[in-house]
Design a protein around this ligand. Structure first.
Ligand code: ADP
Ligand code: MG
Length: 699
C-alpha cells in the first residue's frame, strides 16, 4: 500500500493546490488575513476538516508574516497531531519536513532555527520555550489550535499569551477550534482591557475578532442501541461487521479509549470476520493512537484501494485533531480515557469515563464529510438526552498541578492563585501541589523557587519528582543509572503489547524482574539491550519494543546533555542498587508507605475479625465489597454499560480508592452509625496497640 507521501506526490502539486482550494476555509482567506492584520486576537471557529490547521499557517506565510526571519507557530495539544499536520503542510508546500516547515515535540525537534518559518509544536513545548525567551520574540503569529480541548498547557498558555500581548502589541494570536464557546474565549481576551476614550483607536484593535467558518458537512443519521451494552469492545466489533455486511461502500471510524481496547477490538474483529465466514478480505483494519510509528500513521491517511473498506479504530485523537478522508460510518463507544485527580488522596487516575454531548456530536460529525453518513452510538438515546453532560471539564480542574505550578514559578509568576486562568483550578489541588514542591525542596518558605535546586528541577523537561531524582543521583554517584531510568519513565511502555501473548509477555518480564522493583528491572533491560548490541532480534525474543528502546537511547542522550549543562557529573554506581533506590526515593518519597511488622498486622487483623463477628450483617457487607472491587477494576478495563447508571462513576471511583487506601480491607456495614462506631473503636484500639509496640521497641 502506498504511504501518504507517495500517494500525494503521485497526485502532483497542481492537484494539491486544487484540494486546498476546495477546503471551506479557502473562501475566508482574505477575511482571516484582514482580521489578523487589524486585531490583536482572532478567534476562528470551524468544523473539523475545514482546513484551519493546515491552511491558516500557509495563508499567513503567503501574506508575509514569516518575512524577516520571523516564525509562525501553531500549537496542538497532541504530539501525534503535531507530527501529522506538520508533514501534511510540508507536503502541500512541496518542502522537506524540518526545513521551511518543522515541528517540535518533547524530545523530538524536527526544525531548523535558521530555515523554519512555520513551526508546529505542542502547547507544552511552547511553554518551555518561554523559559528561554519569555516574550516569544521570534514568533510573529501564534495560533493556539484545538482550544476547545482545554488541555492544561493550553489554558496556561492562553493566560500567559494574554500577558505577553501587553508587552508585545505587534504579536498576533489566533485561537482556533472546532466547538469553542467563542463568547467565553472572547470575554477572556477582552477582560481587563483599558477602556478607550471616545474617538481613540488602537492598532491593532484590542477586542478579539470572531470568525465562523461555515463547513459543508452532510447530514448524519444517528442510531442508538435500545438496551445498554454490556461490553463495548464486543458491541463495536458486532456493529462494524453489521455495517460491512449491510451498508454500501464507505470507510468506518470507530472510537474506543486506548491502545489496550483498540488492540483487543482488532483481534476480535479479525477473528470474528474470519469465523463468521464474512468477506474479511474486504476489510483493512487499522489502529490509530499516540505512540504509533510513522509508517503506521501513514497507513491511516492513505486512500482506500477500490473495492476495499477501511476500518480505523481510534482513540479520541480522530475526534477533532486529525481528519480522515472517506469516513461514512462512525461507531461511538461513548467513552474516552480521561485524567482525574483527587487532591485529598493525591491520586491521579487515567480513567475510562463517559464522554460529553459536545464530544458525541463531534464524533458523529466525522461521518458526514464526503456524503451523508451514519453514526452508531453504543448507548441509549435516553442516556444521551438526560444523563450525558453537556461539556467536558477542563483538564486543569481534574489534574495534579505540580508541573503546572513549577512552570509558572519558573516564568516568574509568583501569585499563582491570582493568575488570569481561563478556568480556575481548585484551591485544594493548588495547595497540594505547593506542599509537594515545598517538601521536594523546590520551593522555599515564601513559595519561591529555591536556588539552585528549584531552578534546576524546572530546567529539566520532566516531572519534578523525576528531576529531583536526577539531582539526588548526582550526590549519590549513580547518575548514569538514574538517567536511564528517567528516560524509560518518559515513554509509554518499553514492552511489546501482548496481542494474544500475555503469558509469553509475563514470562519475558520475569526474566528481567528484580526484587528491588521496577526501576532496577528497567536497568536490567537496558543493560541487556546494550549487551545484545542494540539488536532488534533480542528485543523481539524478549517481548521488548525495539522502537521504544531506540527512543529511550535518544531521550537518554538528550537528558544527559541537559544534566551536564546543569553541572551534574556522569557517574555509575555499577552494581550497588542501594544507591539507585536512594535516589528514586529522594524524588518519590511522597509515594512511599510503611510496611507494618507482622505483629502489628496480626493484631489489626484480630481486632477487625472480632468486630466483624460481633457487628456485621454478612450479606450486605460482602455485597458492598464486591461492588466496590468491581468499580476499581472498571476504571481501566470493563465499564458498566452507559445508559445504565454511570453518571457518578468517577466520583464513586475516587471515593472507593480513598476508602480502600485509608481503611485497608475493613468492610463497612450498610448502617452508617454502625460503621462509624466500628471505625472509631478500630482506630482507637489501633493507636493503643501502636503505642504499646512503640514502647516495647524502645525498651
Ligand atoms: P481542521 O484543522 O479544520 O480540522 P485540517 O487543516 O486538519 O482541518 O484538514 C484539512 C484537510 O487536510 C482535510 O481534508 C484533511 O483530510 C487533510 N489532511 C490533514 N492532514 C492530513 C494528512 N496527514 N494526510 C492527508 N490529508 C490530510
Ligand atoms: Mg485542526
Amino acid at each position: 500500500m502506498p504511504n501518504a507521501s507517495t500517494a500525494c506526490q503521485s497526485y502532483g502539486h497542481a492537484s494539491i493546490e486544487k484540494q486546498r482550494q476546495r477546503l471551506p476555509v479557502y473562501k475566508y482567506r482574505t477575511s482571516i488575513l484582514y482580521l489578523v492584520e487589524s486585531h490583536a486576537t482572532t478567534i476562528v471557529v470551524g468544523e473539523t476538516g475545514s482546513g484551519k490547521t493546515t491552511q491558516i499557517p500557509q495563508y499567513l506565510k503567503e501574506a508575509g508574516w514569516a518575512d524577516g526571519g520571523r516564525v509562525i507557530a501553531c500549537t496542538q495539544p497532541r504530539r501525534l497531531a503535531v507530527q501529522a499536520v506538520a508533514s501534511r503542510v510540508a507536503e502541500e508546500m512541496g518542502v522537506k519536513l524540518g526545513e521551511e516547515v518543522g515541528y517540535t515535540i518533547r524530545f523530538e525537534d524536527i526544525s531548523n532555527p535558521d530555515a523554519t518559518r512555520i513551526k508546529f509544536l505542542t502547547d507544552g513545548v511552547l511553554l518551555r520555550e518561554m523559559m528561554d525567551d519569555p516574550l516569544l520574540t521570534k514568533y510573529s503569529v501564534i495560533m493556539v489550535d484545538e482550544a476547545h480541548e482545554r488541555s492544561i498547557s493550553t489554558d496556561i498558555l492562553l493566560g500567559l499569551l494574554k500577558k505577553i500581548q501587553k508587552r508585545r502589541p505587534e504579536l498576533r494570536l489566533i485561537i482556533s477550534s472546532a466547538t469553542i464557546e467563542a463568547k467565553s474565549m472572547s470575554n477572556f481576551f477582552q477582560s481587563r482591557r483599558r477602556r478607550l476614550s471616545e474617538g481613540e483607536e488602537h492598532t491593532p484593535r484590542l477586542e478579539p475578532a470572531v470568525l465562523s467558518v461555515e463547513g459543508r458537512g452532510f447530514n448524519v443519521q444517528i442510531h442508538y442501541v435500545e438496551e445498554p451494552v454490556q461490553d463495548y469492545v464486543q458491541a463495536t466489533v458486532s456493529t462494524v461487521l453489521l455495517i460491512h455486511d449491510q451498508e454500501p461502500a464507505g470507510d468506518i471510524l470507530v472510537f474506543l479509549t486506548g491502545q489496550d481496547d483498540i488492540e483487543a477490538a482488532i483481534k476480535l474483529l479479525t477473528e470474528e470476520a474470519r469465523t463468521n465466514g464474512k468477506n474479511s478480505s474486504g476489510l483493512i483494519i487499522l489502529p490509530l493512537y499516540s505512540g504509533l510509528s510513522r509508517a503506521e500513521q501513514d497507513l491511516v491517511f492513505s486512500p482506500t484501494p477500490k473495492g476495499k473498506r477501511k476500518v480505523v479504530i481510534s482513540t479520541n485523537i480522530a475526534e477533532t485533531s486529525l481528519t480522515l478522508e472517506g469516513i461514512v460510518y462512525v461507531v461511538d463507544s461513548g467513552f474516552s480515557k480521561q485524567k482525574f485527580y483527587n487532591p485529598i488522596s493525591d491520586i491521579e487516575n487515567l480513567v475510562v469515563a463517559p464522554i460529553s454531548k459536545a464530544s458525541a456530536r463531534q464524533r458523529a460529525g466525522r461521518a458526514g464529510r464526503i456524503r451523508p453518513g451514519k453514526c452508531y452510538r453504543l448507548y441509549t438515546e435516553e442516556y444521551f438526552l438526560n444523563e450525558m453532560s453537556a461539556q467536558g471539564i477542563p483538564e486543569i480542574q481534574r489534574s495534579n498541578l505540580v508541573s503546572c505550578v513549577i512552570q509558572l514559578k519558573a516564568l516568574g509568576i509568583d501569585n499563582i492563585l491570582g493568575f488570569d486562568w481561563p478556568a480556575s483550578p481548585s484551591p485544594e489541588s493548588m495547595i497540594r501541589a505547593l506542599e509537594v514542591l515545598y517538601s521536594l525542596g523546590v520551593l522555599d518558605d515564601d513559595a519561591k523557587l529555591t536556588s539552585p535546586v528549584g531552578f534546576q528541577v524546572a530546567e529539566l523537561p520532566l516531572e519534578p519528582m523525576i528531576s529531583k531524582m536526577i539531582l539526588a543521583s548526582n550526590e549519590l554517584g549513580c547518575s548514569e543509572e538514574i538517567i536511564t531510568i528517567a528516560a524509560v519513565l518518559s515513554i509509554q511502555s518499553i514492552w511489546f503489547s501482548g496481542r494474544g501473548a500475555q503469558k509469553e509477555l509475563d514470562e519475558a518480564k520475569l526474566r528481567f524482574a528484580a526484587a528491588e522493583g521496577d526501576h532496577v528491572t528497567f536497568l536490567n533491560i537496558y543493560k541487556g539491550f546494550l549487551q545484545s548490541g542494540k539488536s532488534s532480534k533480542w528485543c523481539h525474543k524478549n517481548f521488548i519494543n525495539y522502537h521504544a528502546m531506540k527512543k529511550v537511547m535518544e531521550i537518554r542522550e538528550q537528558l544527559k546533555r541537559i544534566a551536564l549543562r546543569l553541572g551534574i557529573t556522569m557517574k555509575s554506581c555499577e552494581t550497588d542498587t542501594q544507591l539507585v533506590r536512594k535516589a528514586v526515593t529522594a524524588g518519590f518519597f511522597a509515594n512511599a508507605c510503611r510496611l507494618e511488622d507482622s505483629f502489628m498486622a496480626m493484631l489489626k487483623y484480630t481486632v477487625v475479625v472480632l468486630f466483624l463477628l460481633l457487628t456485621i450483617d454478612y450479606g450486605s457487607s460482602s455485597r458492598f465489597i464486591k461492588e466496590n472491587s468491581s468499580h476499581l477494576s472498571d476504571g481501566m478495563d470493563q465499564q458498566k454499560p452507559i445508559g445504565a447508571s454511570v453518571s457518578d462513576e468517577v466520583g464513586r471511583l475516587t471515593t472507593t480508592v480513598t476508602c480502600q487506601a485509608t481503611y485497608g480491607f475493613l468492610p463497612c456495614t450498610t448502617k452508617v452509625w454502625g460503621k462509624l462506631f466500628l471505625l472509631v473503636i478500630y482506630e482507637y484500639l489501633l493507636s493503643l496497640a501502636q503505642k504499646y509496640v512503640a514502647r516495647g521497641s524502645n525498651l
